[in-house]
Design a protein around this ligand. Structure first.
Ligand SMILES: O=C(O)C(=O)C[C@]1(C(=O)O)C=C[C@@H](O)C=C1
Length: 311
């Protein structure tokens, strides 16, 4: 089975994809790279629409930089496409998060061997990675231009091919090794406990994941939350009334009308995944929300896997 991720090899997404394969025993998964996070989601939706069962791995959120909005926005856009029958939208709606895992993220400055910091004019990386190193860059390379590129490993690739010691990248130590470059002796991200949560997604009906997580999460998208006093309060109260703990709530603009949002909500599932009490409590929440005209798009009920970095 193919597993799509943000490439090229040696991105953090690559590390996460391999980790999912390890932990879930997906030994025969064939890892396939895409150039952007939206392209990862669309590659999976398009294959699924053609009847091919595939998986995708995307970053969802980071300790310091918050949500990886490219991931959430494409999920929101695909799920809310026009009402006319569209096989890709149908396929996208069948996609669910199957598992999540959180990786420690260590960013390294990647340069040509023996380059002096004073000679670096430009630093390339994924915007999330540049954001995670803002303080370090301000202190050590205040005059260097920061250029956003599609991924950390792509940044390392560009530096390697440019053969210009004035260029540096930010990314994994593995990327430095892979492209014949040097990594800084120490990581340079501003927060020492920097972590990113990744999702593995695919067709939940056909891909059964056997895994125990440290907890189970129900990820939802709420559309049409009434834009009136107490609208959001009304949308959230049923979760409280039925004993569900919300661990994340995030609004994103719907994209064509200022002041109107969709809400991404993570609910901690207090029961074993299919436990009758959980299902019954959740049905009650659903029926209250639906009677208020709120559309619920379920993004998955999945285990949060335990897995630290292999050293
Ligand atoms: O560029 C990469 O290496 C990625 O996998 C993307 C990404 C992200 O989008 O957050 C993944 C983890 C880190 O937080 C930095 C970058």
């Amino acid at each position: 089975m193919k597993l799509f991720y943000l490439g090229p090899e040696t991105t953090f997404s690559h590390e996460a994809a391999m980790r999912f394969c390890d932990v879930l025993g997906l030994a025969d998964a064939q890892l396939v790279t895409e150039e952007t996070i939206p392209q990862v989601v669309m590659a999976v939706a398009n294959r699924q629409a053609d009847g091919e069962d595939v998986l995708g791995c995307i970053p969802l959120e980071n300790t310091a930089q918050g949500s990886v909005t490219a991931a959430w926005d494409v999920i929101g856009r695909v799920a809310r496409q026009p009402a006319e029958p569209d096989p890709v939208r149908e396929a996208a709606l069948r996609l669910q998060i199957l598992a999540s895992l959180t990786l420690p993220i260590e960013q390294f400055l990647i340069t040509h061997p023996q380059t002096d910091l004073a000679n670096i004019r430009e630093v390339l990386s994924h915007p999330q990675a540049l954001g995670q190193c803002t303080g370090w860059l301000q202190k050590h390379l205040p005059h260097a231009r920061q250029t956003a590129v599609s991924s950390t490993a792509h940044a390392a690739q560009l530096v390697a091919t440019a053969k210009d010691p004035g260029l540096a990248a930010i990314g994994t130590r593995l990327a430095a090794q892979r492209y014949g470059l040097s990594a800084s002796p120490e990581p340079i991200q501003d927060v020492s406990g920097n972590e990113t949560r990744f999702a593995l997604f695919g067709n939940a009906r056909t891909t059964k994941i056997q895994a125990e997580g440290k907890r189970t999460t129900l990820a939802l998208m709420l559309v049409n939350v009434p834009n009136k006093p107490g609208g959001l309060l009304h949308a959230l109260k049923p979760f409280y009334d039925h004993g569900f703990d919300l661990s994340r709530i995030e609004s994103r603009p719907i994209g064509h009308q200022l002041g109107t949002y969709i809400f991404f909500v993570d609910v901690q599932w207090p029961f074993p995944a299919r436990h009758a009490r959980g299902v019954e409590a959740w049905r009650k929440v659903q029926s209250v929300l639906e009677s208020d005209g709120i559309e619920i798009i379920r993004l998955g009920l999945f285990p949060e896997l335990e897995c630290g970095r292999k050293s």
